[in-house]
Structures are given as structure tokens and as C-alpha cells.
Write a protein that binds this ligand. Structure first.
Ligand SMILES: [Zn+2]
Length: 320
């Protein structure tokens, strides 16, 4: 039986909520072992591509976020991959926190080869980097939001489109509530798109290392307003919501050059290092600008919308 300090932590990522299991039994599995991963995929070539990309992301993303590579894990993280051209992209990673340690990793990923390599894998690997660094659970918005910033521009643009939909249909989450959330809400999709948007806002203004320091301070003190004030000069969570919402209403403009110059690297510069052959590697589609209402962003969020979200997400995933 687990001790009181032991906690298995699972991060179910986006379409994983809806689509896991859809591709079971597609093909014979093949295995591939790297220093830190043990990959189970439909073919030898896919297992090798995923394992090599996972190692590469583990190295480059740890440098991006932490400024130093992670030490080798004592046991490899098993990755089970379901790969098919029209499979919705998603993943889930779980691990155990115990007495300040993190271990017993497992990762399940699915999607097209291209999306696995350019979005799902870097997203899930970023979860493992945060878990290795903080050795404790992060607020869901900060974890999922940051992990989404390393996805392919097409996926990030999709999150932004969903954000505008949520904000204009009363499904936004008030920041005091979002900052206090330690579990996924019933209406989970707005948490992803809003978390991504806020993480993007903060990272564009301070870089990834400062984001990691900010989250670390918030975790240690549980005073997120003080952490925002210290690292971003924003006096509190409610003020953060106000600033962020204004920024979204203006179409998410880039920060002033003086601020951006101090940030390296910026999310816009992030280029996945293990892309597959991609027909849509060009610029992401332009996102229509909308004018979400600050009133509807904080009210009317009820679980009745979760089923709508499921339908629209399933339709979206199925069309990719
Ligand atoms: Zn995730």
C-alpha cells in the first residue's frame, strides 16, 4: 500500500480524454530501447523514430526550460504508441511522487506519426521534465499550458481558436479559480486553451527560465499573487486576468521590442527538432481575432458544456 507521501500523478492530454483505445490492435508491436525510454510501437521504424525523438526532446527541452540536461533516469520510461494517419493526437503520462522523488514513469501516446513526433511527444516529455524538476504536482493550468507551448504551430493555433470560442460562449475560467485548481475541472478543454494562452503570454514576456522560476515560487509559497508580482510585476491574480484578457481582445500582440529582446528563446522561435515529413510545416493558419467579453469569461461555466466540447473535439480530431 502506498505511503501517505506517495502519489501517482497522471496527466491526460487533450484528445486522450476521448480517443484512447480507438486504435487498439492496429498492428503487431515492435520494441526499441534507448537510455531513458522503452518504446512499444506498431513497427520497428516507428519505435526507433519515437525513441530517438524522445531522447532528443528530453535533452533539448530540458535545456530550454531548465538550462541544463536531466540526469539519466534510474529506469526507462515505457512509451506505448498507437500510430495511424487519422488518429486524434493525444497522450497521457503518469508517474509516482514519493518523498521528493519521482519514478515509475509510463507514457501512452497516439496520433499520426507526424503529430506524435512534432506535438504529442514534446508535450509529454515536457511533463516529465517538470516532474523531474519540481518533484511535486504543478497546478494543472501551468503544467498543461506550458506543455502546449512546445507543440507544433498548427496545434497551438487550434488551442487559440478554441480559447476564443470558450471565452465568447461563457466557458472561460476566472483566474482565482484557475490558479487554485489542482485537479482537472469537469469542463476540461477551457483549462488547456486558457492555460496555454497564459503560459504563452508569460513566456513571451520573460522566457522559459523565468516561467520555471515563477512556478517554483508559486509552488513553494502557494502565494501566486506574490509570485506574479515578483517575476512579472503584476500585482495579483485578478490583475493578471485583466491584463491577459485585454491582450487576447487585442489579438495577442507581441510584447514591446524592449521586452522581447531580453527573452531568449521565445515560443514563436520554438521549432520542433524531430519533425516528421510535414505538408503543413509552413506558417500556422491565421487565427481570427475576436472580442471576448470579460463578463462571460468568468460566469456560466457548467458541466453541461463538457459534452459539447467532447463532440467538437472529436469532430476536430477526426478531421485531421
Ligand atoms: Zn499534457
Amino acid at each position: 500500500m502506498a505511503s501517505r507521501t506517495t502519489m501517482r500523478w497522471t496527466l491526460g492530454c487533450v484528445t486522450a480524454w476521448l480517443l484512447f483505445g480507438a486504435a487498439a490492435g492496429l498492428a503487431e508491436a515492435a520494441g526499441y530501447r534507448t537510455a531513458n525510454f522503452l518504446v512499444d510501437a506498431p513497427t520497428d521504424a516507428l519505435a526507433r523514430a519515437i525513441g530517438d525523438a524522445a531522447e532528443q526532446y528530453r535533452h533539448t527541452l530540458a535545456l530550454e526550460w531548465l538550462g541544463a540536461p536531466l540526469p539519466r533516469w534510474s529506469r526507462p520510461c515505457p512509451i506505448t504508441a498507437q500510430v495511424a494517419p487519422h488518429l486524434g493526437a493525444g497522450g497521457a503520462t503518469s508517474f509516482v511522487f514519493d518523498k521528493g522523488e519521482v519514478f515509475n514513469w509510463t507514457m501512452t501516446i497516439q496520433g499520426s506519426e507526424e503529430r506524435i513526433l512534432d506535438s504529442v511527444l514534446p508535450h509529454e516529455i515536457t511533463h516529465t521534465i517538470f516532474a523531474s524538476h519540481y518533484r511535486r504536482p504543478l497546478p494543472r493550468w501551468a503544467d498543461e499550458g506550458a506543455c502546449t507551448t512546445v507543440e507544433h504551430p498548427v496545434e497551438r493555433a487550434r488551442q487559440h481558436r478554441l480559447l476564443i470560442e470558450f471565452l465568447t460562449t461563457g466557458r472561460g475560467i476566472a483566474f482565482p479559480e484557475m490558479f487554485a485548481m489542482k485537479e482537472y475541472p469537469a469542463d476540461v478543454l477551457p483549462l488547456y486553451s486558457q492555460g496555454y494562452s497564459l503560459a504563452r503570454y508569460l513566456i513571451e514576456r520573460g522566457g522559459r527560465h523565468k516561467y520555471v522560476q515563477f512556478v517554483g515560487e508559486g509552488l513553494a509559497t502557494e502565494n501566486w499573487s506574490a509570485a506574479l508580482a515578483k517575476h512579472y510585476g503584476v500585482p495579483g491574480v485578478a490583475q493578471m486576468q485583466h491584463l491577459w484578457l485585454d491582450w487576447v481582445k487585442q489579438g495577442c500582440p507581441a510584447p514591446p521590442a524592449s521586452l522581447a529582446a531580453a527573452v531568449s528563446p521565445q515560443p514563436a522561435n520554438w521549432a520542433p527538432t524531430a519533425r516528421g515529413q510535414s505538408p503543413d510545416a509552413a506558417a500556422p493558419p491565421r487565427v481570427p481575432q475576436a472580442a471576448p467579453s470579460p463578463v462571460t469569461s468568468t460566469v456560466g461555466r457548467q458541466s453541461i458544456y463538457a459534452r459539447q466540447a467532447g463532440r467538437s473535439l472529436a469532430a476536430d480530431a477526426g478531421s485531421r
